[in-house]
Design a binder for this molecule. Structure first.
Ligand code: GLN
Length: 237
């Protein structure tokens, strides 16, 4: 079996070790003898989403985010088609905001892709710190680190989880991230996946069963990863 991960625009969107998420996806698949190909795309590259099993969009500063927004708006229909076809996307912070209807910054409205029913408005002070969220997907919490000026508000799509510690999407409603079909958006950096093997495997499993119906992931010894997760929970929750 083989999974292809498309890393979109890493030269623009790669804050706070987001690339570590790609390495974690790759390693946890390889440890199960699943071949992994990572395709890194530059803004000038053509993307054939039919070739991809997981799309990763990381975080970036507002300037870089604007460039990526403009580019993605041109290929919006193929990305929307990939999502409609149950394609898997993990989008972090700036990448998460881009998937929404818009990002409003200093009065300027930057159109998003409208793939997630969310919108984001930037404020002057940043929401920074460790985060712990509880989701309906797992018994184990998800832990991470956030640093964003944007406040995201959810429309019809449910959050990835509810905030136990930290600010989450906007610091007001106790929601963190968003989930729609096989798209996961979140503010959590870190990188996120090394200390959340359950979330990493959720993403791998979704990609695997879409490509190879009935395929399942064999278990791994996650003692170290779980210890890292629990350390954060015990320290901050
Ligand atoms: N536009 C984002 C913000 O709200 C970018 C931050 C990020 O991706 N870390 O600040």
């Amino acid at each position: 079996m083989k999974l292809t991960i498309g890393h979109l625009y890493p030269e623009l969107l790669n804050l706070y070790g987001d690339r570590g998420n790609i390495i974690t996806l790759q390693k946890r698949a390889q440890w199960r003898n699943i071949e992994v190909e990572i395709k890194e795309f530059k803004l000038s590259d053509k993307i054939n989403f039919a070739d991809l099993d997981i799309v990763f969009l990381g975080g970036g500063s507002d300037k870089e985010q604007l460039l990526v927004s403009k580019k993605l708006s041109k290929i919006k229909s193929s990305l929307s088609g990939y999502v409609a076809d149950d394609g898997v996307i993990m989008a972090v912070c700036g990448g998460f905001q881009i998937l929404g209807h818009y990002y409003k910054q200093k009065g300027e409205l930057i159109d998003g892709l409208g793939i997630l029913d969310i919108f984001t408005e930037s404020e002057n002070n940043r929401l920074i710190g460790n985060v712990i969220i509880k989701t309906e997907l797992f018994s184990r919490p998800i832990v991470g680190f956030e640093n964003h000026g944007g406040r995201t508000y959810l429309g019809s799509c449910p959050p990835l989880g509810k905030v136990i510690c930290g600010y989450g999407n906007n610091g007001k409603d106790g929601m963190e991230g968003a989930i729609y079909k096989n798209v996961i958006g979140t503010y959590l950096h870190g990188p996120l996946l090394p200390k959340n093997p359950h979330l990493c495997d959720y993403i791998l499993q979704k990609a695997l069963e879409r490509k190879y119906p009935g395929a399942t992931l064999s278990p791994l010894d996650d003692a170290i990863e779980i210890a890292a997760n629990e350390y954060i929970v015990n320290r901050f929750a």
